[in-house]
Design a binder for this molecule. Structure first.
Ligand code: CA
Ligand code: CA
Ligand code: ZN
Length: 595
């Protein structure tokens, strides 16, 4: 039974706003004093991720909150006045009501609910971490650590039933303890237990004489507790490039007394992901503690988080023991993360290799992805405020909106925001949406993934209509029942996901030409407003023209007439005034009634 997307005729709603605190670009630094009186600073990201241990700065960093072990707290934060701008994939957020439990309380369900983590906003998380850090000396004593040992909070997870799980790194005589991480589980009733990476008691002579072997150049002194009896060791990081061009970050740990190599590992990994839509894919991951994280250090450090049904915060970073992720089905929580992480990576590569742009903002910084937003949420959205992408799990939580074209579509909203800034209403809004469809589609073609071959359809993998048909069509946008094929005076009154039609149609015509054509096994038949025949110049030239127009000629108020001017200028710049490409741009616009 075909089901059209819900609420398709309603006024579009923006996705739920993200609390301002969540977006603050802050890191926090937590100072701790070693037994030797040395102060070490643990740096945590705004999202509470452990970043590094370092000596204290001479003055507090601007933009960091420094919490000292004493009660003194100093706060300097950047102001963030950016208004919320968010752009979604479909015309309106189709929210399915949360299931309401009826009948007698089910003990198993109650326990499950109680043991489920509650979403912490960025500020709540930072507060929880600061509190845990303030209490760390007492915790260290309570769990029986030696006098030389200190705890550095890395993460705090709070369950609905009040249980708090605090993850710590450890120092010994001021030295980082590799393999010394532990988790303290504190129940609401005060009961506490501990999970440790090692149960071995640390007793190491850290004096100079104990380090008989000279430090390798650039190495740092650590306690190695990840194998047998903890020893004093040197950790050296060697950055290089693998045979296939993949950067490597090789950590070598040598015994400081004997010079014996105790352990080596490459912190830059390629994990294996079993995606729902793109088959088996390589994933940029990072070794963190005893497990791997979805953290793509080759692409700005893009991370993928599990919102676990929450609608704010970042949830928790995906981790895995063996670096093999997901199983290709929605039943496995990691699967949606595989698709999202892969989509972000391909989009990054497409921008870099095809558009010459390093990251969405062009500054090499990664966005991040959040999956499992809400319950059966049938949408995906980009938010400039958090500089992140968010994906719902789709109808029945079975079809996450994480396909390649959707990922490319969402990231491209960030690209548009940092370039032309096309206002998200009327004709400029339609061009904004079209830009996301155009480059999202280009990302899909660029991936050259046989499990999701390139096509001029949007969302053909996510079954958003429930009858197997795509969300949008570029060869003839009206195939979706709502979008405009051609420009008219009233096109700007349509929802931006439908006024995008003429520009999507332009892109198809410019790439492939008018009439019937089959590409990668998909049949198209693209009409023209005036019955003219348009000859395509190929997709690659078409997206290069569109991107150049977007990045150097379009502005926040560009309308269809302005888009014609901008793309003609871009084509003239790239291929010459009067060139075949330049003429094709003019012909394709005319064919969608933009003259
Ligand atoms: Ca496809
Ligand atoms: Ca597609
Ligand atoms: Zn969109």
């Amino acid at each position: 039974m075909p089901a059209p997307p819900r609420h398709r005729r309603r006024t579009p709603r923006h996705p739920p706003p993200i609390p301002a605190a969540f977006t603050a670009e802050r890191t926090s630094a937590h100072a701790l004093r070693t037994t030797e009186g040395q102060i070490l600073v643990a740096h945590l990201s705004a999202r509470g991720n452990f970043l590094a241990l370092s000596p204290p700065p001479p003055h507090g960093h601007q933009g960091e909150r420094v919490t000292h072990p004493t009660s003194s707290t100093r706060t300097t934060t950047r102001s963030h006045t950016k208004a919320l701008r968010a752009a979604a994939l479909v015309a309106s957020a189709a929210m399915v009501a949360l299931a309401v439990q009826s009948g007698p309380a089910n003990a198993a369900a109650e326990r499950e609910a109680g043991a489920t983590a509650v979403a912490l906003t960025g500020s709540a998380r930072a507060t929880a971490i600061a509190q845990a850090q303030a209490g760390a000396p007492a915790t260290a004593r309570a769990i029986g650590l030696g006098s030389e040992e200190r705890l550095v909070v890395r993460d705090v997870v709070k369950d609905a039933d009040g249980t708090v799980h605090t993850r710590y790194e450890r120092t010994y005589a001021g030295l980082p303890v590799l393999g010394g991480d532990l988790i303290v589980h504190q129940k609401k009733n005060g009961n506490r237990n501990t999970t440790k990476a090692t149960e071995v008691r640390i007793s190491v002579d850290t004096k100079k004489a104990a380090a008989a072997v000279a430090a390798p150049e650039g190495a740092r002194k650590v306690v190695w507790a990840a194998g047998g009896t903890p020893v004093l060791a040197w950790e050296k990081v060697t950055e290089g490039v693998d045979h296939d061009g993949t950067p490597s970050e090789l950590h070598t740990i040598t015994d400081a007394r004997t010079g014996e190599v105790l352990h080596t590992y490459d912190a830059i990994n390629t994990g294996t992901g079993h995606s729902q839509y793109s088959g088996t894919v390589g994933l940029g991951t990072q070794a963190g503690g005893s497990q791997f994280e979805l953290n793509d250090s080759l692409r700005g450090g893009h991370k993928t988080y599990d919102l676990n049904g929450a609608t704010n915060g970042t949830g928790s970073l995906f981790t895995d023991a063996d670096d093999t992720w997901g199983d290709g089905t929605a039943a496995n929580r990691q699967t949606a993360a595989v698709d999202a992480h892969y989509g972000a990576a391909v989009t990054w590569d497409f921008y870099k290799n095809e558009l010459g742009r390093l990251g969405i903002r062009g500054d090499g910084a990664a966005a991040y992805s959040r999956v499992h937003y809400g319950n059966a949420y049938v949408n995906a959205f980009w938010s400039d405020q958090c500089f992140c992408m968010t994906y719902g799990d789709g109808a029945g939580n079975q079809k996450p909106l994480t396909s390649l074209d959707v990922a490319g579509h969402e990231m491209t909203h960030g690209l548009t925001a940092s370039t032309a800034g096309l206002r998200y209403s009327r004709e400029s809004g339609g061009l904004n949406e079209a830009t996301s469809d155009i480059l999202g589609t280009s990302v899909e073609f660029y991936a050259a993934n046989a499990d999701d071959a390139g096509d001029y359809l949007i969302g053909e993998k996510i079954d958003i209509r429930g009858n197997g048909t795509p969300l949008r069509y570029m060869d003839k946008p009206s195939r979706d029942g709502n979008s405009a094929d051609y420009w008219s005076r009233t096109v700007g009154r349509l929802d931006v996901h439908y006024s995008s039609g003429p520009a999507n149609h332009f892109f198809y015509l410019l790439s492939e030409g008018s009439g019937a054509k089959t590409v990668n096994g998909v049949s198209y038949d693209s009409p023209t407003y005036d019955g003219s025949t348009v000859t395509g110049i190929g997709r690659v030239k078409a997206y290069k023209i569109w991107y150049k127009a977007l990045s150097v000629y379009m502005t926040s108020s560009t309308d269809y007439a302005g888009a014609r001017t901008a793309t003609l200028q871009a084509a003239a710049d790239l291929y010459g005034s009067g060139s075949a490409e330049h003429q094709a741009v003019a012909a394709a616009w005319t064919a969608v009634n933009v003259k």
